[in-house]
Design a protein around this ligand. Structure first.
Ligand SMILES: [Zn+2]
Length: 244
């Protein structure tokens, strides 16, 4: 079955601390539990994630430190091997060539078989949520870092000269796609996902996310009769028999 694929190394790429926990953390927890090395890349440090009236610009660096700690704690719950922050400014992210180069470097360095990110096409979800532009920018930069940048020798020759050889990612997992084609059963991992999300207490406040997270995962699994799932569109970029 397609969804039984277990990468040896997986890289999760998201814009903010907590994005991963709201979306794909069940998959990452499952893969880590089964022996995959999970590398978690967070592009910003969430330094705009407060609307508290008592805080201004000077709070941003304090908040960034706090949110990095929360993300590290969440990743410890998930069993991720590494947490990497690129420290781009929260709320101002663009899918620039500089960002794509940074992600290409990490992909060439860690050589993941699978990359997990959001959907670069998703501008709106339903009638109530305008997708945060940082999420789209992160997804776009991650997607185009996977292809063509990571595997093409003469893109970013400065990386090549620094010793970062090309690497072909086998599969790109896109969460939040309009039409999913792959379902990861997270029935054993939903509680781990929720416990990881709870580590982002600066964002949750007194709100308990458990009910909503279970509802979302039940909804995503419904079509495949899974109690709890995360659904993806998966780009199959390297067939297993082609892998050297
Ligand atoms: Zn976010």
């Amino acid at each position: 079955m397609e969804n039984e694929f277990l990468p040896k190394i997986a890289m999760s790429i998201h814009a903010h601390p907590d994005d991963q926990e709201f979306t794909v953390a069940g998959t990452l927890a499952k893969w880590a539990r089964l022996g995959c090395e999970v590398i978690s890349v967070i592009i910003t440090s969430g330094d705009s994630g407060s609307n508290d009236l008592q805080h201004g610009r000077e709070y941003k660096s304090t908040l960034a430190v706090l949110r990095e700690e929360e993300q590290r704690a969440a990743n410890a719950v998930l069993g991720a091997r590494e947490t990497l922050f690129l420290r781009y400014p929260d709320g101002e992210l663009e899918a620039t060539v500089a960002l794509r180069r940074d992600l290409t470097r990490l992909i060439r360095q860690y050589k993941p078989e699978a990359v997990v990110t959001g959907n670069l096409e998703a501008a709106f979800y339903g009638n109530e949520y305008i997708n945060h532009p940082d999420h789209r920018a992160a997804a776009e930069a991650a997607t185009y870092a996977v292809f063509p940048s990571a595997g093409t020798r003469l893109i970013f020759t400065d990386l090549l000269e620094a010793g970062y050889e090309p690497h072909n990612v086998k599969r790109l997992y896109i969460h939040g796609a309009e039409k999913s084609d792959t379902w990861i059963d997270i029935s054993q991992d939903i509680q781990t996902k929720i416990e990881a999300l709870r580590k982002h207490s600066s964002q949750l406040g007194d709100w308990d996310p458990e009910k909503m997270m279970r509802e979302w995962a039940a909804e995503e699994g419904k079509e495949k009769e899974m109690a709890f799932a995360e659904a993806y569109k998966v780009m199959l970029l390297v067939k297993d028999e082609e892998q050297v």
